[in-house]
Design a protein around this ligand. Structure first.
Ligand SMILES: Nc1ncnc2c1ncn2[C@@H]1O[C@H](COP(=O)(O)OP(=O)(O)OP(=O)(O)O)[C@@H](O)[C@H]1O
Length: 174
């Protein structure tokens, strides 16, 4: 576990949109009992943003508001936090940081299925090609807590969930 004492660990699950964070987090929550926080949903429901960005087709997230909203929750431990960015959360919040990665062609297809604009698809696929989130995670957290996992197939997802569940078990001694 990290340097901060918590009864239960916190995990950050990050990666480019479409890599499977939400699907994986839901399964991790079922398997481990950790509570899933979808930051994108929280930003919408609690209006933790400064409006809609027409150019990028998303809310302009207010990072300070998000951190304020999450601080008391995360301090208790026992959360799996799901967001496509990771450099603005306090480092001390997380005991494990998972970065999901997906093959460019598969990611393209997933985002196309969602009906994203060509611009948004290209931006996200480029972000994945450049390993932007993996770099962000490496720059923001200690190397020993960052794990980069493939998320191309359902089998990958199952094995990622199993791996995270095993980690939680070891961490909590259960
Ligand atoms: N490992 C995988 N194998 C097959 N399909 C997957 C995998 N991961 C995700 N998918 C599919 O890709 C789509 C996007 O998944 P999901 O919503 O979990 O991604 P996300 O990373 O949370 O995206 P966002 O950041 O936009 O919320 C879903 O239809 C999901 O079923």
């Amino acid at each position: 576990m990290g340097s901060v004492k918590r009864a239960l660990p916190n995990i950050l699950l990050t990666g480019t949109p479409g890599t499977g964070k939400t699907s994986t987090c839901e399964l991790v929550a079922e398997e481990t009992g950790l509570r899933h926080v979808n930051v994108g949903e929280l930003v919408k429901s609690q209006e933790l943003h400064s409006g809609w960005d027409d150019e990028f087709g998303c809310y302009v997230i207010d990072e300070d508001k998000v951190c304020d909203a999450l601080e008391t929750l995360v301090a208790q431990g026992g959360f799996v936090v799901d967001y496509h960015g990771c450099d603005f959360f306090p480092e001390r919040w997380f005991d494990l940081v998972i970065v999901l990665q997906t093959d460019n062609t598969l990611l393209y297809e997933r985002l196309e299925k969602r009906g994203y604009s060509q611009k948004k698809i290209t931006e996200n696929v480029e972000c994945e090609i450049m390993h932007v989130i993996a770099e962000e995670a490496r720059e923001s957290y200690r190397a020993e807590i960052v794990q980069i996992l493939p998320s191309n197939t359902v089998e990958d997802m199952e094995s990622n969930v199993e791996r995270i569940a095993q980690w939680v078990k070891q961490c909590t001694g259960s």
